[in-house]
Design a protein around this ligand. Structure first.
Ligand SMILES: Cc1cc2nc3c(=O)[nH]c(=O)nc-3n(C[C@H](O)[C@H](O)[C@H](O)COP(=O)(O)OP(=O)(O)OC[C@H]3O[C@@H](n4cnc5c(N)ncnc54)[C@H](O)[C@@H]3O)c2cc1C
Length: 488
């Protein structure tokens, strides 16, 4: 089902403003049964100290409207900025009573707009509490905390959690889908460091989930938590030591056969490299050249790193090669920039998993079919600590055999370019289908996937469907690619 069909079948029909007597304006929305519902009831039942209700005509509405991907932007009838779990409970009860569709929003970086709704948005971005334990071995955060906030809180204490490079990504959405970053081979995915969540479930209860309490839900959240089982309000992580790191980068501008050889060398090397090293391999094409950039980070020693990187530099000499020792926070800024807000763009991405090293025909298709300009392909190296857990240990299903994930990415600035960009992406992806299994990363969601649930969750899908039936039996938390109550 595509997003348009989803919106139609989920009853998001229309919304309008009705002028009432005097100066007051109240918003009405039409629910799935065509009934008109006033948002005033919701506003009245919320404690104004724990929630800000924003309708389109309110000052501040537009301030909270942007999201990373302009292509998927939706204007909600009502956005409620919840400051605590009680406000979330009230919003859920109102939405359920009135049959109003909703979405949950944390950092707003969903590639396919799953944190957007034309009904109600339960917006957790102002839940920004951060508590670091006295020995800094644990951190508890509100659901609206961004990755950059976590790094800033822990970095000066010589600690961190392993998570993505972009500081403006929300910890909640990121962790619930896995969460890959430049410490992944050393310390695993972000969800692997999660110890506990607080979550409001479909029955309006605020509960905790961890290995010891509601452990089934905790299992499902780590890899399939985004928008499926309830509204997370808090997360607690164990932290890991980090001091100086070695940041490295190498660039080549080269022809197809050399690009293919470099890719071959990287995919052979990365999964077997020492766990202290994590690396990404990015490739794009202009008219005559393949532009390749390999970046990464090591928490080991420089001699080992340089010896390891020689496995790439001896294939082709890079135009630029740099290894530098940085403090952990400088490394975060080096790779992620120091912007506190991500500029909105039009974008589209797709993903694959490489389950055993790509053979020669695959590598050939990969480079030969690559469109000229406007698309980047980024391979995230797996192995290392990601493999410390089995595919079935958490809902994140791509650990044991994954060499790397592949992200196909394009972004643009004018809406009129959208059809061409989507077509270019689709054509390239389709040309590679014979070579990949269809497995995909849920944090790089793609509404074109035919069997998205199997692609994201592999053999964990059956268990997730059971969990959905237990924790959300009426399928209240749903978006275009949420877990269904039955296997399709
Ligand atoms: C610029 C950029 C860089 C990125 N870099 C990386 C990277 O290095 N590594 C990586 O693995 N991924 C990366 N991603 C992908 C990122 O991990 C996902 O987009 C992630 O889902 C974003 O989470 P969010 O909270 O910002 O997004 P949101 O859009 O707010 O939410 C994402 C999903 O989580 C759900 N959700 C939001 N809040 C809640 C809540 N309170 N309770 C329950 N569910 C909720 C939403 O419904 C939605 O389905 C990147 C994305 C972007 C745009």
């Amino acid at each position: 089902m595509n997003r348009r069909d989803f919106l139609r079948t989920s009853g998001i029909l229309s919304g309008h403003l009705i002028l009432t007597s005097g100066l007051s304006v109240s918003a009405w929305i039409e629910n799935a049964h065509g009934a008109e519902i006033s948002v005033e009831g919701l506003r009245k039942s919320l404690d104004p100290k724990s929630a800000y209700v924003l309708l389109a005509q309110d000052r501040g509405f537009s301030q909270y409207q942007p999201a990373f991907n302009t292509r998927t932007l939706r204007t909600p009838l009502v956005r409620v900025l919840c400051l605590n779990a009680e406000a979330v409970v009230t919003c859920l009860a109102w939405a359920q009573t009135n049959n109003v569709p909703l979405a949950m929003r944390a950092g707003g970086h969903s590639y396919e707009g799953f944190s957007q709704s034309t009904g109600l948005v339960i917006d957790t971005r102002l839940m920004r509490s951060i508590d670091v334990s006295s020995d800094a071995s644990e951190i508890s955060i509100g659901a609206g905390v961004l990755l950059g906030d976590v790094y800033s809180a822990l970095g000066p204490r010589g600690r961190t959690i392993p998570a993505g490079t972009c500081p403006t990504v929300g910890a909640t959405g990121h962790t619930s889908g896995g969460g890959y970053g430049l410490l992944a081979r050393a310390y695993g995915l972000a969800c692997d460091s999660l110890e506990e969540i607080e979550i409001v479930t479909a029955d309006g209860k605020e509960i905790r989930a961890s290995e010891n309490e509601n452990s089934d839900l905790f299992w499902g959240f780590r890899g399939a938590g985004n928008g499926n089982f309830g509204v997370v309000t808090k997360l607690k992580y164990q932290t890991h030591p980090v001091d100086k790191v070695l940041a490295f980068s190498m660039d080549w501008s080269t022809h197809q056969s050399s690009a293919t050889q470099l890719l071959q060398a990287w995919q052979q090397w990365m999964p077997t490299a020492p766990n202290e090293i994590t690396s990404l391999f990015k490739i794009s094409k202009d008219f005559f050249n393949y532009n390749i950039r390999c970046i990464g980070q090591s928490i080991g020693d420089e001699q080992t790193l340089r010896r390891e990187l020689a496995q790439l530099t001896r294939v082709a000499s890079p135009a630029h090669f740099n290894v530098q020792a940085l403090s952990y926070l400088d490394s975060v800024r080096h790779f992620g920039g120091s912007d506190t807000s991500a500029p909105a763009v039009y974008m589209k991405a797709k993903s694959d998993y490489v389950m055993s090293v790509m053979d020669s025909p695959t590598l050939q298709s990969f480079t030969a079919n690559m469109p000229t300009k406007n698309i980047s392909v980024i391979l995230d190296g797996y192995g290392g600590a990601i493999r410390n857990l089995k595919d079935t240990d958490t809902a994140f299903a791509h650990r044991e055999n994954s060499v790397c994930s592949i992200q196909y990415y394009t972004q643009w600035s004018k809406s009129e370019d959208t059809p061409d960009r989507l077509k270019m992406m689709r054509d390239y992806y389709n040309s590679l289908r014979p070579h990949f299994t269809g497995a995909a990363y849920v944090n790089y969601p793609d509404v074109d996937l035919l069997n998205y649930a199997r692609s994201y969750w592999g053999n964990n899908l059956e268990r997730l469907v059971q969990l959905k039936g237990k924790w959300d039996p009426n399928n209240f938390f749903r978006h275009a690619q949420s877990i269904q109550l039955q296997l399709k």
